[in-house]
Design a protein around this ligand. Structure first.
Ligand code: DAT
Ligand code: MG
Length: 140
């Protein structure tokens, strides 16, 4: 069977704060393999597809605006159990309650704004992962 893979995004706050290397380090240290890494500028069209499940929610517009505020590091990571495994490394969505030891818990906090500044995205299912990888890496 094809190895399990997930889409990770280092969001604009992570790139701006110079945490891309630290986040990639944690993924590699866990034993996952990086199979694609590319700095990208998102577009409204790409984000509409990426965040389609959240369209209509109150945080949708600020989330998309935030994701357009600077470059994003798009990453494909591979390994047994990587989809739940990366979400476990990332920690809870809200960085103010994410556990120490996680990316969001160790590196994130409340910046006086919104939960969306939580450093990383990770796919939440095999179907999401394949859909999101096709969006961010159309030639991969
Ligand atoms: P996750 O990124 O943990 O999978 P999600 O898919 O539910 O979380 O939401 C996508 C992003 O939207 C999340 O990373 C941050 C933002 N977000 C989610 N819930 C929010 C809320 N209640 N207020 C503000 N932003 C929110
Ligand atoms: Mg999600």
């Amino acid at each position: 069977p094809a190895p399990e893979r997930t889409l990770v995004l280092v969001k604009p706050d992570g790139v701006r704060r110079g945490l891309s290397g630290e986040i990639l380090r944690r993924i590699e240290a866990k034993g996952y393999t990086l199979t694609a890494v590319e700095l990208k500028n998102a577009t409204p069209e790409l984000l509409a597809q990426h965040y389609a499940e959240h369209e209509g929610k109150p945080f949708y517009a600020p989330l998309v605006e935030f994701m357009l505020s600077g470059p994003v590091l798009a990453v494909v990571a591979e390994g047994q159990g990587v989809i739940p495994g990366f979400r476990s490394l990332a920690g809870a969505t809200d960085p103010t309650v994410a556990a120490p030891g996680t990316i969001r818990g160790d590196l994130g906090r409340d910046w006086g704004l919104k939960v969306q500044q939580n450093l990383v995205h990770g796919s939440d299912s095999p179907e999401s992962a394949e859909r999101e990888i096709a969006l961010w890496f159309p030639t991969f």
